[in-house]
Design a protein around this ligand. Sequence first.
Ligand SMILES: [Zn+2]
Ligand SMILES: [Zn+2]
Length: 300
Amino acid sequence: MVSHSSKTESKTRDLRLRAGIVSPRKPLPATQRKYRLGTTTFMLVMHIGATFALLPRFWSLQAIAIFAVLYWTTVLGVTLGLHRLVAHRSFLTPNWVEKILVLMGALACQSGPIEWVALHRHHHKFSDQPNDHHDAGRGFWWSHSEWMLHEIPVLKDSYRLAGDLLADPFFRWLDHWFLLLQIPLGLFLYWFGELAQVHGGGLGLVLWGIPLRLVIVYHVTWLVNSATHTFGYRNFDCPDLSRNCWWVAILSFGEGWHNNHHAYPQSARHGLRWFEFDITWQHIKLLKHFGLARQVRQAK
Ligand SMILES: [Zn+2]
Ligand SMILES: [Zn+2]
């Protein structure tokens, strides 16, 4: 169980932080104004690919099915693997389960696990303060996606923030080569699409399984940084702008109960009220049922 901090203490902290949140932000420092060419080009290419995927010639039942399976795999990899398991250690699993879940998360192409965890822990440490890399005080679009197109100063500290993952050679490998995972996936989708002669062929399945799936999963993940720091209700008066937003919770398998999460970051369960349905939590309960999750931490 996660304990509450004392009322007075949290009230003072709240007021201090709110003052910071509402104050206008200074313009970006000169070093951060330039666009990061690699990430910006990659995002542009993926968005163009996703638009092509939606052309009528690439639609097929197989493409929709592959999209659904990969959406489930990738979103769960991010929420269950990268987020609740390794970033917050809100439960423990056998090593092989942890590796599979993190591998699923790496399929989302949101950087490797060490960088992902470091950035996420930094966000919790400085939520909505000027040094939060996706500081919602800088506006909706900044917190949604603009932040990653610029230099991210905290990245130089990523090994310190995610030191516990550094000892693992598999995580270090994934941190460098996560993008390569899309190659065997793409080859398999192309081979299957051609062999099964689906409408749109192998290219159709590749477009649905990679750029379209990546772009939708990107925006769903980014909504947790933007929409749930902007829209919705608050169960807890924690010192940031986090909110609970039901539609983000549906799309992101429970991560939309973000105010609950900021109040109890170590809790494996994010949906706390009876109507706050949390799909990732259901998966954790399933893992526990099969003896694959233990020491599950829960806000009560
Ligand atoms: Zn947040
Ligand atoms: Zn978190």
